[in-house]
Ligand binder design. Structure first.
Ligand SMILES: CCCCCCCCCCCCC/C=C/C(=O)SCCNC(=O)CCNC(=O)[C@H](O)C(C)(C)COP(=O)(O)OP(=O)(O)OC[C@H]1O[C@@H](n2cnc3c(N)ncnc32)[C@H](O)[C@@H]1OP(=O)(O)O
Ligand SMILES: Cc1cc2nc3c(=O)[nH]c(=O)nc-3n(C[C@H](O)[C@H](O)[C@H](O)COP(=O)(O)OP(=O)(O)OC[C@H]3O[C@@H](n4cnc5c(N)ncnc54)[C@H](O)[C@@H]3O)c2cc1C
Length: 566
């Protein structure tokens, strides 16, 4: 399958899933064979110049004409120009287009339509279509993100994806299921992004930890050989929590996929009960995994010193390809607010004594009000502490909302006035989910006692690092004492030392090939310096000893400067 940041990545990551998930059985039979044989190549065109997050505000229209049994697709304003869809600029010839559906003069909201935008023979834009590339970006240069304007382009009625809603030949609109199922493709991709984020962070950790084992620098003990920089406690403190995080989200990505397939199977069978749970979980995990990866890759780069800044490290490319995931498929803050929206509902349900489904059931439990984490850092006590933190923050955010409304603020304004706390409680909830899932995964994958021991150390490090980075949350209400918090620091340093002997093996376990990593610093054989020089020499600038520019610019400039100084 083409990589998501490739010239036809959107075809497999969104165009096909959109048709598979939202097309009727008849439409799936017609379109999927064309997609899978690449007789058509498509993208997913939702975002516009003026709107990305606010999907209900999209301006592109699809107006049904019962006379011709066609939809007229139109971009009525400049801000309705489709902007950002991957591979739209120069590569694809079709798109799943999200547009406001109008029939009989009434707007029925956002729906999905298959629209062709380039001629299948000449690849020229079709009549009524303006299409092109949006220009250079921060990175992701293999992807021709594009713009597209429709000027009353007509498509057959059957090109509206009609699994969950329908327009009959005479123009009647029929809603068959939850209108949010139109957003289903985004849920699919968000669910998949969690594993992609874990992979990207794992790649960066592999490069940084392997290089830190090769790089020797400075003098730890006078007169002794320069130590591996991986033996510096500060280097371990930079990298090992990130290694633990990549494992944590690796396991979270697996359980997210299992949950997605389970609930999507129920949805395809007509049972939509768990759709809100799936949306909230995928939105929260997508945001937290990509935020962690975004920050983690930069830390890995910085931990490699000057060579980390060279493209020889492979780290700049991993970063620029991974960082947009904090924005696409739902800007992360907006996604956390969606998770918070679900948590506020769950909190209200729990307060009424209703049993909660799935992972949020911990809100039904009173839990412990004093931290039980002892010297053994038992995983149960760590999970219990994270559940306490999330439960408390969710409750406080709900009370904050309630207080604003009791002061007369409408719900929407109260929501905005509490939104910083809402994001915070959603982060605590997702971190609690990731930790609990990590613990469960050790049960599932830690068959060998040594594997279980090392995975437990990583899980403890992930949890303790999270406590120290959010110490205020755990100290609040006297849950954790100052002595207990001091002990967390001591435990963290012990875990760094314990993980050190296995650090390289733990990144080797990802089994990323040198070809995939494209990194001189992260080579499996560790022959960094020899290959650094070879890499540098291969730069086109070194094809000649004296570059043409010297004769064209430098030499005349120097002569002029020389003359002027005489
Ligand atoms: C084959 C394997 C591939 C794997 C590859 C992995 C890597 C992938 C790389 C892909 C390459 C990147 C390509 C990028 C593509 C894109 O970026 S596509 C465009 C993405 N855009 C967005 O995500 C837009 C974000 N905005 C929204 O999702 C929505 O507008 C919103 C913010 C969630 C809605 O906000 P708002 O308008 O305020 O609310 P409402 O519209 O009223 O909806 C709220 C209610 O609806 C529920 N809900 C919202 N979204 C969903 C959903 N997706 N599913 C289910 N339910 C949803 C929400 O819970 C609310 O419900 P109630 O509380 O019951 O009202
Ligand atoms: C590399 C890349 C590839 C992309 N590929 C595609 C693609 O293939 N197809 C496609 O359709 N789109 C694609 N997109 C577009 C992407 O989906 C949008 O950029 C994304 O949904 C964010 O929307 P926006 O750009 O309008 O940001 P905005 O929503 O304008 O965000 C700006 C700021 O406003 C804040 N904000 C917005 N709404 C709220 C709110 N309700 N509450 C609190 N804060 C809020 C955000 O948190 C953010 O800080 C791509 C984008 C990128 C960068």
């Amino acid at each position: 399958m083409p990589h998501e940041s490739s010239p036809i990545g959107l075809h497999t990551t969104m165009f096909i899933p959109a048709i598979a998930g939202q097309g009727s059985d008849k439409q799936r039979r017609k379109w999927l064979p064309l997609c899978e044989s690449y007789r058509i190549v498509g993208t997913y065109a939702q975002t516009e110049v003026g709107h990305g997050t606010f999907v209900r505000g999209l301006e592109t229209t699809a107006t049904y004409d019962p006379q011709t049994e066609q939809f007229i697709i139109n971009s009525p304003t400049l801000t309705s120009t489709k902007w950002w869809p991957g591979n739209l600029g120069k590569t694809t010839n079709h798109a799943v287009v999200l547009a406001q559906l109008y029939t009989g003069g009434k707007c029925h909201g956002i729906h999905a339509f298959i629209v062709q935008h380039r001629d299948m023979e000449t690849h020229q834009p079709l009549p009524g279509v303006e299409v092109g590339d949006i220009g250079p970006k921060f990175g992701y240069e293999a992807v021709d993100n594009g713009f597209l304007r429709y000027h009353n382009v007509r498509i057959p009625r059957d090109n509206m994806l009609m699994r969950y809603s329908e327009v009959t030949k005479d123009g009647r609109y029929i809603r068959k299921a939850n209108e949010k199922l139109t957003y289903g493709t985004m849920v699919f991709v968000r669910s998949a992004i969690v594993s992609t984020a874990a992979k990207n962070l794992g790649e960066a950790c592999t490069i940084a930890i392997r290089y830190s084992a090769v790089r020797r620098q400075s003098e730890m003990k006078p007169g002794e050989p320069e130590p591996q920089v991986l033996d510096y406690q500060t280097q371990q403190h930079k990298l090992f929590p990130l290694l633990a995080t990549s494992y944590a989200y690796w396991f979270a990505g697996r359980s997210m996929r299992e949950t997605y397939l389970d609930i999507q199977g129920q949805i395809m069978a007509g049972d939509f009960k768990r759709l809100p749970e799936l949306h909230a979980l995928s939105a929260g995990l997508k945001a937290m995994s990509t935020w962690a990866t975004n920050e983690g890759i930069e830390t890995c780069r910085l931990s490699c010193g000057g060579h980390g800044y060279s493209h020889a490290s492979g780290l700049p490319k991993i970063y620029v390809d991974a960082t947009p995931a904090c924005t696409y498929e739902g800007e992360n803050t907006v996604m956390m607010l969606q998770t918070a929206r679900y948590l506020m509902k769950a909190c209200g349900q729990a307060a009424q004594g209703n049993e909660l489904p799935g992972f949020v059931a911990y809100l039904n439990q009173k839990g412990v009000d004093r931290c039980m984490i002892g010297d053994d850092l038992s995983l149960v006590s760590l999970v219990s502490a994270y559940q306490h933190r999330a439960r408390r923050l969710i409750g406080k955010a709900a009370l904050q909302m309630k207080a604003h409304m009791e002061r007369g603020q409408p719900q929407e304004v109260a929501w905005n006035l509490a939104s910083v706390q809402l994001v915070h409680c959603a982060k605590a909830h997702v971190q609690c989910y990731v930790l609990k899932n990590f613990v469960d995964s050790i049960e599932q994958y830690g068959h060998h006692e040594d594997v279980a021991r090392v995975l437990t150390q990583l899980c403890q490090l992930f949890a303790v690092d999270g406590i120290l980075n959010n110490a205020g949350d755990f100290l609040q209400g006297g849950f954790m004492s100052y002595d207990q918090l001091d002990n967390m620091t001591a435990k963290l340093l012990d875990l760094l030392a314990a993980i050190r002997p296995n650090a390289v093996a733990l990144v080797d376990a990802f089994d990323f090939s040198d070809h995939l990593l494209q990194s001189v610093l992260g080579r499996y054989d560790g022959n960094v310096y020899e290959n650094m020089l070879e890499w540098a020499k291969s730069s086109p600038l070194n094809d000649t000893q004296v570059h043409d520019s010297y004769y064209q610019y430098m030499q005349p400039f120097l002569k002029e400067m020389h003359k002027s100084k005489l």
